[in-house]
Design a protein around this ligand. Structure first.
Ligand code: ADP
Length: 532
């Protein structure tokens, strides 16, 4: 029997075709590092992507080969997402904040053939060019001083071309995790996985897009596929407002001037925005939805945004999950909850978006499935069509035979399916056989008005195996002492969770993606000893 429905491959060029056809004149704004601005549209992005397809063909780039970018957020970067995938290639977005050894490793490991970069990163190119063994062509997004400029490169072609015919299970994108231990690992996204993730991500409970949405993505295009925004945005015809600098004053100005309704970023972005608003008295009257993810959104942040009438979507995910796994959005009984209870819900990491499944397993044996009872805490596993099966070039699968991928996170699943992350497997503190959540300690400490940042790590203890030590950065000018922090924590955590010591430090080390680096902190304090 012939099929009843038509063939319609889930390939990402469908997204840009749709955006250009149905939302062609919807514009995108880019504010460049030098303060200048350019405007594009979904129609121009498609046309330029097709010119890039021609330009890649002229360079002899073949199906499946990697085209890398080293760039901030701008509309030309958006063009390369569709141009690379449309040529049948694989877009490899490199994180410019990685260390040189990692940058060297990943471009060689990916066997990138072309690198398209922002002029601001010319020093990286100069340092690493001789070490990158596979890159043959360098193109610069915003200057022609050291390499052909992107505009000139694609400008030689007319865009009268067709997308490369690919299979929906072909790869279209490659992202590396930042690799807090060992070398970064490559995660390949396929056309089909990308499309399914985009379609689920644009729903109301997640990014909540419609054709009126104006989105300023602060999450970089080089981090975890920019949470899928360049793909999902095309499906709904969103207007993108991009900034190459992440300065809160610039972002606030752009948001208000361009009528930004949606934004997305890691918690630190919102912290900087609050500080700017407090110092200047400015507000974000047009903002309707803030998506926060990448690390836990602190309670005061959620509360402040929600009090301003801004919907907060607190999302959890990882590079290996394309990246969205769960989103904290209103539940069916939302309207019957008090404001405080609503904040409680959003503070957790939310429920799986359609397409992925979650479970927790016992931390000791890593196999026994735990009940969804709101108390049992275990290793978080996930499976679904946009969850990794195998890392790029790896010999073995990263997921087990049933598809469960171990996230390295520790969490509790509540009876209604809400995920509450409590820690990373490597960071939980094991004291006398019981687990202490380092993240909960940190969050509680960060609620103190004089604490700028806090990080809890388990330090060897002769009697208890490990005990928590809290490292704290004081807010400027604050005269905070250890006892103040302990007193603040007492009503917030179990007595046996209270840190054995509070140490004040000038700064806490961060990873290339801006998260607290417990590994570096542990290395820094490897000689630290607690008394029995
Ligand atoms: P990188 O390590 O390169 O920053 P990822 O973005 O893949 O890469 O990091 C994923 C990890 O970030 C998750 O496994 C989790 O530990 C953490 N994370 C992401 N979102 C949240 C969230 N909403 N709350 C707490 N932790 C989060």
């Amino acid at each position: 029997m012939s099929r009843a429905m038509q063939d319609w491959d889930l390939v990402v060029t469908q997204l840009i075709d749709h955006a250009a056809r149905e939302h062609g004149s919807r514009e995108h704004v880019t504010r460049w590092a030098d303060g200048s601005e350019t405007r594009a549209s979904w129609a121009s992005v498609r046309r330029d992507a097709l010119r890039m397809v021609q330009a890649l063909r002229a360079l002899g780039i073949r199906r499946g080969e990697r085209i890398a970018t080293l760039a901030m957020n701008h509309a030309r970067h958006l063009v390369t997402w569709y141009g690379a995938a449309g040529a049948g290639g694989v877009l490899h977005t490199i994180n410019p904040r990685l260390f040189d050894e990692q940058l060297e490793y990943i471009a060689n490991h990916a066997e990138d053939r072309v690198l398209i970069y922002d002029a601001a990163f010319q020093p990286i190119i100069d340092r690493l060019r001789s070490k990158w063994t596979t890159i043959e062509h360098y193109i610069c997004f915003d200057s022609g001083a050291h390499a052909p400029s992107f505009e000139d490169w694609i400008g030689a072609f007319d865009g009268d071309a067709t997308w490369e015919a690919v299979d929906e299970r072909d790869p279209c994108m490659l992202c590396y995790t930042s690799g807090t231990t060992g070398n970064p690992k490559g995660v390949i996204y396929e056309h089909r996985s990308t499309m399914l993730h985009a379609l689920s991500g644009i729903q109301r409970h997640c990014f909540n897009f419609d054709a009126q949405s104006v989105m300023l993505p602060v999450v970089p295009m080089f981090h975890a596929a920019s949470w899928g925004l360049p793909w999902g945005g095309a499906a709904t015809g969103v207007k993108f407002v991009y900034s190459c600098v992440n300065d809160a004053a610039v972002l606030c100005d752009l948001m208000n001037r361009e009528g930004v309704t949606h934004s997305a970023g890691v918690p630190t972005v919102w912290l900087a925005m609050f500080q700017h608003c407090d110092a200047t008295g400015r507000e974000l009257p047009r903002l309707k939805q803030a998506t926060i993810g990448g690390s836990a959104a602190p309670r005061f942040m959620i509360e402040r945004l929600m009090r301003q009438g801004i919907r907060v979507a607190h999302a959890w995910g990882m590079t290996e999950t394309s990246p969205i796994g769960t989103v904290g959005a209103p539940t069916h009984d939302w309207d019957s909850k008090s404001f405080e209870e609503q904040v409680d819900v959003v503070q957790m990491q939310g429920r799986p978006i359609f397409g992925v499944e979650l479970r927790t397993v016992d931390l000791d044996d890593m196999t026994t499935e735990l009940p969804r009872d709101g108390v049992s805490s275990g290793a978080l596993q996930i499976r679904g069509p946009w969850v990794i099966k195998r890392y790029f070039k790896a010999d073995e699968d990263a997921a087990n035979a049933e598809g469960w991928f171990d996230t390295g996170d520790v969490g509790i699943i509540h009876p209604d399916g809400t995920l509450q992350l409590t820690d990373r497997t490597k960071d939980v503190i094991k004291s006398g056989g019981e687990w202490i959540s380092s993240v909960e300690l940190e969050n509680a400490a960060m609620g103190h008005p004089d604490v700028a940042e806090a990080a809890a790590v388990g330090i060897y203890h002769p009697k208890w195996d490990e005990r928590p030590v809290l490292f704290v950065v004081r807010k400027e000018g604050a005269a905070l002492v250890a006892d103040d922090v302990i007193e603040h924590l007492k009503p917030l955590v179990a007595k046996w969770w209270l840190p054995d010591a509070v140490e004040f430090v000038d700064a806490i080390p961060h990873t290339a993606t801006g998260k607290i680096s417990k590994k570096d902190l542990r290395d820094q304090f490897s000689d630290y000893r607690l008394e029995a």
